[in-house]
Design a protein around this ligand. Structure first.
Ligand SMILES: [Fe+2]
Length: 477
């Protein structure tokens, strides 16, 4: 075994711009794979094009096949399973015929674990890679993203913090690392540092859409509506040219409008931006269902918009790749009245949990399936059942993944159900908690005021209305 842990049959080693080693004779393949990873990190559209060039330069490129499988896994749909398995097989064949570094072997193993729903196994392997190769941007992004989908905020932040020692302003891709760190800080509630690091990342690379997004989250969480709108507007030319992630930033913009009760503008954004293209990408469906549900909960007529979302959700109801996505598929099915399909999906989630082990079993069986049952119960008007299911579960919902901002929909579901079930003591306690946690949320104060008014707490209701009114006035000065 040589310097890189290679076997005798190694044909060559090429390093990328951060001196991370790849088994290939083609420096073009390494350059293109580096570009593909950077494109993914920057949420650009051309990651697949660069990957294709890498594999064209070296059709047996081990890390080309690994990245290919990773990119397909990111779509989180079962229909790609066979192609993912084929890419893993191609990577293993390359390792067998050419030899491979330990890092490359670990990447293949991590990918296999991920593909087998063994998230813990995948995390441990990516962590191990980074101990020796802290500049492996692929491992870092995959690790960080997986913590995101396991709702592990501390590790979203600290997976990046653990490698910061190896990165500096001269390291290519440094801004991407800061952008991920900013988002992790935000998810941990450290908004001041998140904003500062996010701005630093954007100053290094103004086209870093993930860093733009991290700052957007800070502005959303702090209820800084005007700044949030201006921030998105100022960077719009950049992020509208990103991948379909642009739809997610339009969604963030819509959340700011929702709090201001500008529902016509929200619907306009829904039709002409967020859902202008009726894709079946899970994040697009998450954005859309989350927004439609909020609009309906507020009393806005959303017309027939659920139908196409429910069609897409039905097609993916058995995928069970991300419980967070499943919960949104359930919202679409339930809202469109597809109750039999929704019930079958809950049973399918329970079966998936029973057939799984470790985190997948817990997340699907103990959190995902009960949450989906609550979503279905809400649509059927059984609000007591929603409260009974979600009240004891609410602190565990984060393990479904997604950001704090995205997760908020599940907490609003509980509050809305508590109000409709007439369980106002619970609603009051939840609104008291939320108002303390996010005192600049206009929705919080308005909802709190309605709950207090229903409880005949006139003084409390007036005080809450004044808070909401003052926040609105502060925006229109
Ligand atoms: Fe977001």
């Amino acid at each position: 075994m040589g310097k890189h842990g290679l076997s005798e049959r190694t044909i060559a080693i090429q390093n990328d711009q951060r001196d991370v080693a790849y088994t290939t004779s083609s420096d073009d393949a390494v350059r293109h794979i580096d570009d593909a990873i950077a494109s993914w990190a920057g949420i650009r559209r051309d990651a697949g094009d660069h990957l294709e060039l890498a594999l064209r330069a070296d059709p047996d490129f081990l890390m080309g096949h690994v990245v290919s499988a990773c990119f397909m896994k990111l779509f989180a749909v079962r229909e790609l399973d066979e192609r993912i398995s084929a890419a893993i097989t191609a990577a293993k064949k390359s390792a067998l015929e050419r030899g491979a570094t330990q890092r490359e072997r670990d990447h293949i193993s991590a990918l296999g674990a991920w593909h087998g729903d063994d998230w813990q196994g995948a995390l441990e392997l990516w962590e191990r890679i980074l101990l020796e190769h802290p500049l492996d941007l692929l491992a870092l992004k995959l690790l960080n993203r997986t913590y995101f989908y396991l709702g592990d905020a501390r590790n979203i932040r600290d997976s990046i913090a653990r490698v910061l020692y190896a990165w500096n302003e001269n390291t290519p891709g440094h801004g991407f690392v800061l952008g991920m760190y900013a988002f992790g800080l935000e998810e941990c509630g450290d908004y001041a540092n998140a904003e500062a690091v996010g701005h630093h990342a954007v100053s290094i690379n103004p086209a870093d859409v993930w860093a733009i997004h991290a700052v957007t989250h800070v502005l959303e969480m702090q209820g800084r509506h005007r700044e949030g709108t201006e921030w998105l507007k100022a960077s719009e030319k950049i992020w509208t040219n990103s991948s379909n992630f642009a739809n997610h930033l339009w969604w963030h913009g819509a959340l700011l409008l929702m709090d201001l009760e500008r529902y016509h503008a929200v619907l306009d954004g829904y039709d002409n931006r967020i859902r202008a293209e009726e894709t079946d990408d899970y994040l697009d469906i998450v954005n859309a269902t989350s927004l439609l549900w909020r609009l309906e909960e507020t009393g806005v007529d959303v017309g027939s918009r659920w139908i196409e979302l429910a069609d897409k959700a039905e097609a993916h109801a058995g995928d069970h790749q991300l419980a967070f996505a499943d919960a949104h598929y359930m919202m679409a099915l339930a809202a469109d009245g597809r109750l039999d399909t929704a019930q079958e999906m809950i049973e399918s989630m329970s079966s998936h949990a029973a057939a799984s082990q470790g985190m997948a079993a817990t997340i699907y069986g103990e959190i995902g399936a009960p949450l989906c049952a609550a979503i279905l119960a809400y649509s059927c008007g059984d609000f007591d059942r929603v409260v009974d299911l979600l009240q004891p579960l609410r602190y565990d919902l984060r393990y479904l993944g997604g950001s704090v901002a995205q997760q908020d929909i599940f907490h609003r579901l509980l509050i809305s159900a508590a109000v409709r079930a007439g369980r106002l003591d619970i609603a009051r306690s939840l609104m008291s908690e939320r108002s303390a946690d996010r005192p600049t949320s206009i929705w919080n104060w308005r909802t709190y005021a309605r709950v207090l008014a229903t409880l005949d707490d006139e003084a409390g209701a007036v005080a809450a209305w004044r808070k909401a009114r003052d926040l609105v006035a502060g925006l229109t000065l």
